[in-house]
Write a protein that binds this ligand. Structure first.
Ligand code: HEC
Ligand code: HEC
Length: 391
């Protein structure tokens, strides 16, 4: 994804931030700092996959200049690890790095951070059989300087919810059934084979831009955001996800691909319950004043998936998913609202996507279903803006 930078360095910073945030890339300014260096490490042709089929992925130390403690992790996991550190400490990349020279060790905080990575690994090795239980966030909680002393707060101590015996929790199965029924039911949903949504996307504190989302059963999806800096595209063609800005295409990594696949599932209310081997129900926090149940999908070797269902309507109000990085998991939270009935299916007309450091809202105002959408629309094209088919 970093290649996008080379293209963008000429653009205005805020415009670039908007583009990156919306195509689901690194939080805001992150990319701006060291574009050249990161880019020059792996020049890629416009549509080449990050790793050619059959080739061994590069290690961090093969791609970057000054890796001392993250040796042995895949090169494409360095930036997600950095995102995790940045979110855990509530800082910017510049807190540790000299802009445009990320390999330099000039800043003291970078040296401390390196020690901290080693410490974190040792804690987990010595106490948790190497499982990554303690992360930067366990101690830092979003601050550079962790607090070691309990704080006296006004708030009453939290009481354990759900264990008062008064309100037994429903089974996950029941909640999935209720969700499916609320969303229109399997029969109504299966009658929908394509969907075109048009509306606006607003990045926190910025102007709105037009967005179009094309979906095709079972799991193809493409969204075009018309930003002043150009068109940003996020797509999943049923197998592979990709992102683009004018003239450049990025093929998604495995973790990005999983997330894109989830978003592209036109029959999500039907398929949700088969996504994980096991689901656990707990009371969820209120969302927009509504009581929720939290259904957490768990499976070994996969990060969890959290689904918050409206206790009354049964509809999905929030989804939190996680992308693994060697140092910890990077969360993405999507809130769904403004559900409306279209041809028997209840679909959200508004959703808000939040990641540490950025957030944007999509508001749909027009939906068409079962209009023909050609498969070629979802395939990555070197220049989607110019070569994309008209509907
Ligand atoms: C709290 C400190 C800290 C923050 C914040 C941080 N990094 Fe790092 N970064 C490090 C450390 C430490 C290393 C070296 C890791 C090692 O030696 O294995 C590193 C290495 C890197 C490298 C490899 C450079 C090279 O060529 O050797 C890149 C690229 C990088 N960081 C990018 C980022 C980006 C982008 C951000 C913002 C999202 C960021 N970092 C935020 C501490 C930090
Ligand atoms: C076990 C708890 C713990 C973990 C885990 C931990 N830290 Fe720290 N960290 C601390 C404490 C405590 C301090 C403050 C030390 C001091 O005040 O001298 C600190 C200080 C720092 C500082 C210097 C801050 C300053 O203001 O000078 C950086 C940078 C840092 N940690 C980065 C990290 C990173 C990156 C990770 C994850 C790889 C991490 N820490 C994991 C406890 C932790």
């Amino acid at each position: 994804m970093l290649f996008l930078l080379r293209r963008m360095q000429a653009m205005h910073v805020n415009r670039v931030k908007a583009l990156l945030a919306i195509c689901g890339l690194l939080s805001g300014g992150v990319l701006l700092l060291d574009g050249e260096r990161i880019l020059s490490a792996s020049p890629q042709s416009a549509s080449a996959p990050a790793v050619a089929p059959g080739a061994t992925p590069k290690f961090a130390e093969e791609q970057y200049k000054n890796i001392k403690v993250l040796k042995g992790i895949p090169a494409d996991q360095v930036i997600p690890s950095m995102q995790f550190i940045t979110a855990s400490l509530g800082v910017d990349c510049e807190y540790c790095h000299v802009p445009r020279a990320m390999d330099k060790d000039d800043k003291k905080h970078k040296l401390v951070a390196r020690q901290m990575i080693t410490m974190m690994m040792a804690i987990n090795k010595d106490n948790f059989e190497g499982r990554r239980e303690v992360t930067c966030y366990s101690c830092h909680r979003g601050a550079a300087d962790p607090i070691g002393t309990p704080v006296i707060t006004e708030a009453l101590p939290k009481t354990e919810t759900g264990e008062d015996g008064k309100t037994p929790l429903p089974a996950a199965e029941q909640l999935f059934d209720k969700y499916l029924a609320a969303a229109g039911g399997a029969d109504a949903l299966h009658k929908i084979t394509s969907r075109i949504q048009k509306g606006t996307v607003t990045l926190a504190g910025a102007q709105s831009s037009a967005i179009e989302v094309y979906s095709k059963a079972p799991d193809k999806r493409i969204s075009y955001t018309h930003l002043s800096a150009g068109e940003s595209v996020t797509a999943f063609d049923g197998k592979q996800g990709w992102l683009s800005v004018p003239g450049r295409v990025h093929i998604m990594s495995a973790a990005e691909n999983d997330a894109a696949h989830l978003d592209a599932d036109l029959y999500f209310p039907i398929n949700a319950k088969s996504l994980y081997a096991k689901f656990v129900v707990t009371p969820g926090e209120k969302i927009d004043g509504r009581d929720t149940y939290l259904v957490t999908g768990r499976e070994e070797s996969k990060p969890p998936l959290r689904l918050y269902f409206d206790q009354q309507s049964g509809l999905l109000l929030r989804m939190i998913r996680y992308a693994e990085s060697p140092l910890g998991r990077n969360p993405t939270e999507t809130d769904y609202a403004d559900y409306r009935n279209v041809d028997g299916a209840k679909i959200p007309f508004r959703w808000q996507v939040a990641r540490p450091g950025n957030r944007f809202t999509v508001q749909i105002d027009q939906v068409q279903q079962n209009v023909p959408v050609d498969d070629s629309r979802f395939a990555p094209a070197p220049s989607p803006a110019s070569s994309r088919p008209t509907p």
